[in-house]
Design a protein around this ligand. Structure first.
Ligand SMILES: NC(=O)CCC(=O)C(=O)O
Length: 262
C-alpha cells in the first residue's frame, strides 16, 4: 500500500574550505540527527564530502563500497530509522573511479547505488578523472518507485524517459551546480518533472569551492511542474513532502505518457 504523504529533508550543506572531509561528514550527519522535524527520507548533495570541485582530492578520498563513508552513512540511516540518500562519493573499483550515489534503507542496508552516467567536462575535470556509469537505478519503496540521477544528468531528458519506462515516479537528484547557471537548474528541474509527470527532488550543495560559487536553491517540484519547496543560496535544511499517490493521479487525469511514440 502506497503512503499518502512522506516528509523529506534536503541537506543543502555549505562547503567550508578549512574543513576536512571527515569533519564535513560528521557535521552533516550531526545536522541530520538534530533536525527539528521528523522525516522519512533525507538526501545530501553530490560529492559533498570531498567537494565536487576539489578534483585534486578525488584520488585520495576514493574508497570502495562498502568502505568507511558508506559504513558511516549506513549507521546513520539505521540509528535514525530513515531512508537516506547519502549524496555521492568517489567510488574506487577495479574498473576505475566513479561518482556513485548511495541509498540506504531504514535498517541501514544499502538498497541502491548509481554511478553518474553524464560526467561534466565544462570548467570541470570530472570527465577526465572518472569513468561514466552505464546502468539505470530504479528502486521500489513504500513511497513509490524512486530513480537516482546526478546533477549534469538533468540536461539529458532521454535518461529520465528511460527511467520512467522502468516505472520511475520520483527522481532523487544529488547535485553540485554552480553559478551562473541558476536559470538552467530551475528550468531543467521543472522540465523533467513536467515531461515525465514525476516528482523532482533536487538537493544541491552551497558555498564556495575553489573558483566556483555553488548556487544552493535545492528544490522539490511536483508532478504538475509546480515547485513546492525551494531553498535559498546558503547552507540550510529544506523540508518538504511528497504525495506518491499524486503521481498516479496526475498520470491518469493527464495521460500524456500514454501518447509517447517510441
Ligand atoms: N556537478 C555537475 O554535474 C555540474 C553540472 C552543471 O553545472 C551544469 O551546468 O550542467
Amino acid at each position: 500500500m502506497l503512503k499518502m504523504a512522506v516528509d523529506i529533508a534536503l541537506l543543502q550543506i555549505g562547503h567550508r574550505a578549512e574543513e576536512s572531509c571527515q569533519d564535513r561528514i560528521e557535521r552533516g550527519l550531526a545536522l541530520l540527527a538534530r533536525m527539528e522535524r521528523r522525516v522519512e527520507l533525507a538526501i545530501f548533495p553530490e560529492l559533498w564530502t570531498v567537494g565536487y570541485f576539489n578534483f585534486e582530492e578525488y584520488e585520495h578520498h576514493a574508497e570502495p563500497i562498502p568502505g568507511p563513508s558508506s559504513r558511516r552513512f549506513s549507521a546513520a540511516a539505521r540509528d535514525l530509522g530513515i531512508w537516506l540518500h547519502a549524496g555521492s562519493i568517489i567510488e574506487r573499483s577495479s574498473q576505475g573511479l566513479y561518482n556513485t550515489s548511495l541509498l540506504f534503507a531504514p535498517d541501514g542496508s544499502l538498497r541502491a547505488t548509481y554511478r553518474k552516467i553524464h560526467l561534466f567536462g565544462y570548467d570541470s575535470r570530472e570527465s577526465e578523472l572518472l569513468t561514466p556509469g552505464d546502468g539505470l537505478t530504479v528502486i521500489d519503496t513504500p513511497f513509490g518507485v524512486l530513480a537516482l540521477t546526478t546533477c549534469y544528468d538533468m540536461r539529458f531528458p532521454e535518461l529520465y524517459r528511460q527511467l520512467v519506462q522502468r516505472g520511475a515516479e520520483i527522481f532523487l537528484v544529488t547535485a553540485a551546480w554552480p553559478y551562473p547557471r541558476l536559470e538552467h537548474w530551475l528550468v531543467l528541474a521543472r522540465a523533467r518533472a513536467i515531461e515525465n509527470l514525476a516528482y523532482m527532488v533536487c538537493c544541491n550543495a552551497s558555498g564556495r569551492m575553489r573558483d566556483q560559487q555553488l548556487l544552493g536553491n535545492s528544490l522539490i517540484v511536483d508532478p504538475w511542474g509546480t515547485p513546492t519547496a525551494r531553498a535559498g543560496e546558503g547552507e540550510q535544511i529544506l523540508y518538504g513532502a511528497l504525495d506518491p499517490t499524486h503521481v498516479r493521479e496526475v498520470r491518469t487525469t493527464f495521460p500524456a505518457l500514454r501518447d509517447r511514440r517510441l
